[in-house]
Write a protein that binds this ligand. Structure first.
Ligand code: SAM
Length: 229
């Protein structure tokens, strides 16, 4: 059974997709989607030997070796042109790593811009949105969910003609999440508020106060206050 987190990621994969799941670990997501015939083909990419082997085992155990290919590769290097991938999932990593994987994939030509991107950063979501904005992607949907005492965000993006100009606040909170302000979102930002207040107090006790960092946190705290109150 898929976690709720991966279920939400999978829900954003288009029906019949040719999927690349990067950092696939056990290949749970592509296997689950293939078993319900949501996707027609998948590549699982893993850069670490251990997870690569567990992905291979899972695919074999599920009898899906004809339809799911597992490759040991760094980021989008797992994708070949002949795969005709039209959806990419990158889940369960930091936002900076996700943005780096996308940037390298663009530079190396594995990312064509025609794929739907479904991204689930564990932290650093703003870095993902900044990269998408810089590259002319439009965020077409966002989700936030709580599972096992953790809160996860899912960002879905496509490259379209339409330009999307996100405000600084939208980059920080997520344009859809900010518009909706659901209970999970409010919970997340109340927790962040407490954490940032502690960081700020620590910084202000330092011998040499890092003024820039303090100002940045104060700005974020004022945004958060506005949003949660
Ligand atoms: N995607 C799965 C999920 O969301 O449950 C697994 C997440 S797991 C925490 C992150 C995986 O990404 C690890 O197995 C790690 O080896 C892999 N990974 C990290 N950097 C990677 C890269 N540059 N290319 C491919 N895989 C990578």
């Amino acid at each position: 059974e898929l976690s709720q987190r991966l279920t939400v990621v999978g829900d954003a994969v288009p029906k019949g997709a040719r999927l690349a799941d990067i950092g696939s670990d056990h290949a749970y997501l592509p296997v689950a989607l293939m078993l319900v015939e949501k996707i027609s083909y998948a590549v699982c990419g893993e850069v670490v030997a251990g997870p690569f082997h567990s992905a291979q085992k899972q695919v074999a155990k599920s009898g899906l070796t004809e339809k799911i290919v597992v490759r040991l590769a760094d980021g989008l290097e797992a994708i070949k042109r002949t795969d005709e991938i039209n959806a990419i999932t990158i889940a369960g990593m930091g936002g900076t790593l996700i943005a780096n994987i996308l940037e390298n994939g663009k530079t190396q030509g594995q990312l064509t811009g025609k794929e739907r991107l479904i991204l689930q950063p564990n932290v650093g979501e703003a870095n993902v949105r900044l990269w998408l904005q810089k590259e002319g992607y439009q965020i077409v949907g966002e989700n936030i969910l709580a599972e096992n005492d953790k809160i996860y965000e899912v960002i879905v993006a496509e490259k379209t003609e339409q330009q999307q100009e996100l405000s600084e606040k939208e980059v920080f909170f997520g344009p859809y999440l900010l518009a909706e302000k659901n209970n999970v979102f409010l919970k997340k930002w109340r927790q962040e508020q407490q954490a940032l207040k502690k960081v700020l107090a620590q910084l202000q006790k330092a011998k040499v106060i890092p003024e820039e960092k303090v100002a940045e946190i104060q700005k974020e705290l004022s945004w958060i206050e506005e949003v949660v109150s």
